[in-house]
Design a protein around this ligand. Structure first.
Ligand SMILES: [Zn+2]
Length: 151
């Protein structure tokens, strides 16, 4: 169940995620860049609902932009996000941007958001492993390599 597009809800469940600290970049993914073009590494973003049937490689997100620090709505690659979880959102700004975005709207149901968070968590790992055919640069600070080195 979703809140109607165009009308901000007072509360919604969104899927929060964090931007990877470093992403592989360039030919064969042999270079590393901090965060993404729009977001700082480590920053928290909200994934908002995408139209049914669209692929999950790209997600519409709301987060604080790298340069301005104000909330922006932008499409980004799922592989550059991690730690997806369902969160209740009360921020009027986030809820307004969610309603204004030309997607399905926000989840109002906690269970729906939790199911999507679990799905995106699995898919993001899969996309990171399949996106680059070449081996990781050495040394590498991409999300998988950082996670392994901290284990
Ligand atoms: Zn790596």
């Amino acid at each position: 169940m979703t809140a109607g597009a165009g009308i901000p809800a007072e509360q919604a469940w969104l899927v929060a995620a964090n931007v990877v600290r470093w992403r592989r970049y360039g030919e064969g993914g042999q270079e590393l860049r901090p965060g993404t073009k729009s977001y700082r590494g480590g920053s928290k973003v909200y994934v908002i609902q995408t139209h049914a049937g669209t692929a999950h490689e790209q997600l519409t997100t709301i987060g604080r932009g790298r340069h301005t620090g104000t909330y922006i709505t932008i499409d980004m690659a799922t592989r550059n996000l991690h730690t997806f979880r369902a969160v209740p959102v009360h921020s009027p700004t986030v809820l307004r941007l969610c309603a204004e975005a030309d997607v399905g709207g926000c989840w109002t149901d906690r269970q729906d958001a939790e199911e999507v968070a679990a799905l995106l968590g699995r898919l993001s790992v899969e996309y990171r492993s399949t996106w680059w055919a070449a081996p990781h640069p050495a040394p590498c600070r991409c999300h998988e390599c950082l996670t392994l080195s901290q284990a």
